[in-house]
Design a protein around this ligand. Structure first.
Ligand SMILES: [Zn+2]
Length: 170
């Protein structure tokens, strides 16, 4: 597993998805959200890593994401229109800030698209804050991946720089 190429991982994921369609849809449905630092989706991740011993976690962003659009258009004054949705999308604030500072002149549409990908990387980074995820990765038993599904053009891509292990203080 440790020496698998990216292409092999994609093939394996495709196979898994087609074989275990029901199971995977169920799991995917449960964790379809931005991953906060150690908290929110902890139970699902703990179950996947600790009990199911999954070998790969793939965080997938997607085109035309309503959550990301909300994140990108949140009022500057910090006021909430939606209590839960707005608190939830704020998990991606650092991704938003990065996109805005690097691409201040792009259209909202283009900024949203970049943020859809950036927030995947953010979520992968946040996965790293879960102790059992960190241990499984360090032991070579788990890999973290980021992907992006563009359903307008029917394209899936792996975000090459999303699974770089962040440097953590000892
Ligand atoms: Zn979405």
């Amino acid at each position: 597993m440790a020496n698998q190429s990216t292409q092999e991982v994609i093939e394996e994921l495709k196979k898994l998805l087609s074989e275990k369609g029901d199971l995977d849809c169920e799991v995917q449905g449960k964790i379809e959200r931005l991953i906060a630092e150690y908290s929110g989706v902890g139970a699902v991740i703990e179950y996947a890593v600790g009990s199911l011993e999954v070998r790969n976690i793939l965080v997938i962003g997607h085109s035309k994401c309503g959550g990301i659009e909300r994140l990108m258009t949140l009022p500057e004054d910090g006021s909430n229109e939606f209590d839960f949705i707005d608190d939830w999308v704020r998990i991606g604030l650092s991704a938003k800030e990065k996109v805005l500072s690097e691409n201040p002149n792009l259209s909202l549409d283009e900024q949203c698209k970049l943020c859809e990908k950036e927030s995947v990387k953010n979520s992968v980074r946040n996965l790293w804050s879960y102790p059992y995820v960190r241990k499984a990765v360090m032991d070579g038993n788990l890999k973290l991946w980021g992907g992006y599904y563009d359903f307008i053009h029917g394209k899936f891509e792996l975000l090459e720089d999303a699974h770089v292990i962040p440097v953590v203080p000892a």
